[in-house]
Ligand binder design. Sequence first.
Ligand SMILES: NC(=O)c1ccc[n+]([C@@H]2O[C@H](COP(=O)([O-])OP(=O)(O)OC[C@H]3O[C@@H](n4cnc5c(N)ncnc54)[C@H](OP(=O)(O)O)[C@@H]3O)[C@@H](O)[C@H]2O)c1
Length: 307
Amino acid sequence: MNRPLRVLVTGAGGQVGVDLVDTLHATEPLGASAGFRPDAREVGRDEFEVLGLTHHDLDITDRDRVVTVLRATRPDVVVHLAAYTAVDRAETDAAHCFAVNATGTGNLSDAAHETGAHFIAVSTDYVFDGEKGSSYVEDDVTNPLSVYGTSKRDGELLCRDGDTIVRTSWVMGVRGKNVLHVIADRAASGEHVRFVNDQTGTVTVASDLACALVAMVRSRPGGTWHVANAGTTTWFDIADFVGSVLGRGGDFATAIATRDLSPAPLAHRPVRSDLDTTKWCTQFAPMPEWRDGVTRLVRDRLPRTAP
Ligand SMILES: NC(=O)c1ccc[n+]([C@@H]2O[C@H](COP(=O)([O-])OP(=O)(O)OC[C@H]3O[C@@H](n4cnc5c(N)ncnc54)[C@H](OP(=O)(O)O)[C@@H]3O)[C@@H](O)[C@H]2O)c1
């Protein structure tokens, strides 16, 4: 019998990390799609040996410690999810953001290379400036608008040939801190919300991304991949849809423009950064449509008010 594939996950306490660790353990995370199997395979109970490392377990900015941990554990694959993700705070905390997202990613790619592990790094649509006017493909030129986006782009550049870079966008998990919880809380408490309808992107449900990452762990394809749920949307459309799932009327969400946000966010965000996932879809099963994913998140978050 083959030995389990040993997978080290950084950022295992984050919203994608908790869902990925569950999925690798053949446990369905909250919000999971019962039918989404990107490579048509179930996860076997003993298929993976999982080393899920939280920030407490490993600070990825500590290069010596990263090397020591990888030498000691000898993973077959490293899935790198640890990141500084506070997009607005990063504008006034740039050195810290670059230390984690750029230097930390380089530390892990180097250590993975030295110890013979395949390296999978997760990146973001915010590496793009949003000026293209249509969905972004993997080879499009990057031009980040924010400190966070620049730090993630620099992290990509510090990856080595042969590494796999998975760009994803607008991630939402049942157990993560994300805007879906804010919307659902307000919908449940009878309040109204205002969201921008002039930023277009692609939603990614954390449990669906976790399934995609498992397929990447198995196939170790290398190169850059765009992975997100199907369909483009805006923050207003998401809020309006969550309102409808929770039985709120059409006046629950109001569309506003980014320039009307008060206070104005510190970080600039791309106007249109939806990811073209054609490359993913030619090799793996398409991700579920975003409304399907958001419905699952709302259902599993609030079981008593499920649709
Ligand atoms: N969230 C999104 O909308 C989004 C969109 C596109 C791409 N992504 C990318 O997707 C990946 C996963 O994101 P996520 O949503 O799961 O983020 P998350 O919930 O913020 O999780 C990131 C984790 O990284 C940890 N971390 C921070 N600094 C660290 C360090 N120096 N060493 C080790 N761990 C550290 C954090 O721990 P502490 O909280 O304890 O510091 C946290 O548990 C990231 O690469 C992110 O850039 C996210």
